[in-house]
Design a protein around this ligand. Structure first.
Ligand code: ADP
Ligand code: ZN
Length: 535
């Protein structure tokens, strides 16, 4: 296409109005922009939708030279650059999707001083030719987007990002601005340290998203639960449903479609064209539901996503926050809904046990999962817990499930002891271990073939747990796992005691538990019209 004309850029406020068409800055944008325009380094922590892009785009336009943006979102670079060009900003990108000729053209523009912004994939920086290229023209600033990718403690570490620590040494006079939407205090420190940004000014926005209603429910019949949510609260609205695996994405998308809800699948196993087409439809059309793995969503800017539903447990609080953050970017009321069950915990532990990498890596993954489970099982305000995880304080919000409908708690100590001592006896008396299902069968005194075969009816704890239902026992197991009082091991997710379990068995520790809600209310069956009279 035609080369965009050079703007007559003025100061920051001028660029905001004339190039981007906005009247005023949001939040800390102005302070951040002024600081970087003046040549200062900055570390910006701002939630998704907060307006991070302008924080480097405007300084890049105001300062002399080209602003170099390092971003891992290769798939989005073309779109970002197209959007900027449509606004008259001279932008280009360099990444592995281009052929030699395309790259050469962008490089020529850069060398001629004809680019305001140059987007670079992090892997480009390892190539010596890239550094040599950057040396041959004027760089106005370095922007490091998704800066949490440099932190090993974070949930999204990318080894290529480590090379970014060299920016400061090679170009000490070029200001750097690192930006991220997710950072616990630990990640935040690690970013500052690895990028040598200790001297940078830190801009930390509130991570609260007051218009998002957080709800976490026990998983009973996930499809029916999801269908009920969509039909009763979000009929005809856009939303995202996250699933862990490609196959469940396909199944849920089909299930929703069969039940009259327009849904599209998105996962890395689909070919690039289908993915791009589904994404484009989701962005353009109203009332579509995207059923996706977490491969979907990074950098997606759709303001009216009314709900984000998780059918599987996210691996970390950061991931959960980032994914739910895609709801309600327009500030209107939105729902973040998560259904999780015992099987999720077992499955995630198994994934961690079998994951590649060293012990330290597995310990980090386990700590992330524990924090996620603690959020699920809390009896406090979800928002208070969520913000506390990011080092921020808040008051109970009145807009989450625990605030709106405070969970009843009960003293689960005796139940916990019954369950733990069953696991202990199996190990000590029989040298056996079993998954939750069989242990619960023992507690309920069921006569299953497996019980008969193992002669488990002769265990002292056989049949001592009939005061609770099977569902309630599963809740007990789940909460013990979440509270770090029980572990699951091995390929079959067998239950095992840990040190903390002994404290419960020896009466040294009380175990408060959330009361499980009664079975979820029935949902409207497929094909039936909404029935106002109730039944
Ligand atoms: P982030 O990168 O923090 O997720 P973006 O930079 O994509 O957020 O901005 C989110 C949305 O808010 C975009 O649609 C952007 O155009 C808009 N936006 C950003 N700053 C302003 C502003 N000062 N006034 C109005 N809209 C803004
Ligand atoms: Zn709350």
């Amino acid at each position: 296409g035609a080369r965009p004309r050079r703007h007559e850029y003025g100061d920051a406020a001028d660029v905001l109005r004339r190039v981007f068409g906005y009247d005023s800055f949001r939040g800390q944008q102005q302070e951040i922009i002024d600081h970087v325009v003046a040549g200062g380094d900055a570390l910006v922590l701002m939630p998704t939708g907060g307006g991070k892009s302008l924080c480097y785009q405007i300084p890049a336009l105001v300062r002399k030279g080209t602003g170099v943006v390092i971003s891992p979102l290769i798939a989005l670079m073309q779109d970002q650059v197209d959007a900027l060009r449509a606004q008259g900003v001279r932008a280009g990108f360099l990444n592995s999707t281009q052929d030699f000729e395309e790259r050469r053209l962008v490089e020529a523009e850069f060398l001629a001083g004809e680019l305001d912004l140059l987007y670079l994939a992090p892997e480009r920086l390892k190539v010596p030719a890239t550094a040599q290229l950057l040396d041959r023209a004027e760089v106005s600033l370095f922007a490091i987007d998704e800066a949490h990718c440099v932190a090993q403690w974070g949930h999204d570490f990318r080894p290529d990002y480590l090379a970014l620590s060299a920016l400061h040494e090679r170009w000490p006079d070029v200001p750097r601005i690192a930006l991220t939407a997710t950072a616990t205090p630990a990640t935040h420190q690690e970013i500052a340290q690895r990028l040598k940004l200790e001297q940078a000014r830190h801009f930390v926005a509130s991570f609260d998203r007051p218009n998002i209603q957080y709800r976490i429910v026990p998983k009973a019949e996930p499809r029916r639960q999801l269908l009920k949510l969509l039909r009763t609260e979000h009929a005809g609205e856009s939303g995202i449903v996250y699933c862990l695996s490609r196959s469940s994405v396909e199944k849920i998308a089909t299930f929703l479609t069969e039940n009259g809800i327009q849904a599209l699948p998105y996962h890395a196993g689909l070919d690039a064209r289908t993915r791009a087409a589904n994404q484009a439809r989701f962005l353009r059309e109203d009332g579509l539901v995207m059923v996706a793995t977490i491969a979907f969503g990074m950098g997606i800017d759709k303001p009216d996503v009314r709900f984000v539903a998780h059918l599987d447990l996210p691996k970390s609080v950061e991931g959960y926050y980032q994914e739910t953050g895609r709801a309600g970017r327009d500030g209107m009321p939105s729902t973040a809904w998560l259904a999780y069950g015992l099987q999720d915990v077992v499955q995630q532990r198994k994934l961690i046990d079998t994951s590649e990498g060293d012990d330290a890596h597995r310990r980090r993954l386990a700590a992330h999962l524990d924090a996620m489970l603690a959020l699920c099982e809390t009896v406090e305000c979800r928002r208070v817990r969520l913000l506390a995880y990011f080092g921020q304080q808040a008051e109970p919000c009145g807009n989450c499930d625990t605030c709106l409908d405070p969970p009843e708690t009960w003293d689960g100590t005796v139940a916990a002891q019954k369950l733990l001592s069953t696991v202990w006896r199996l190990k000590r008396e029989r040298n056996q271990s079993f998954g939750a299902g069989h242990v619960i069968d023992i507690l309920l005194g069921r006569q299953t073939p497996k019980i008969a075969q193992n002669r488990h009816e002769s265990l002292k704890t056989f049949g001592i747990g009939t005061e609770l239902s099977e569902g309630e026992w599963r809740g007990v197991v789940r909460q013990l796992l979440a509270q770090g009082l029980l572990a699951v091991e091995g390929d079959y997710g067998t239950l095992a005691l840990i040190e903390a379990s002994q404290e419960v068995l020896r009466q040294r520790r009380q175990v408060p538990m959330r009361r499980e809600p009664a079975k979820p209310a029935a949902v409207l069956l497929p094909g039936k019209a909404p029935d106002k009279g109730g039944r």
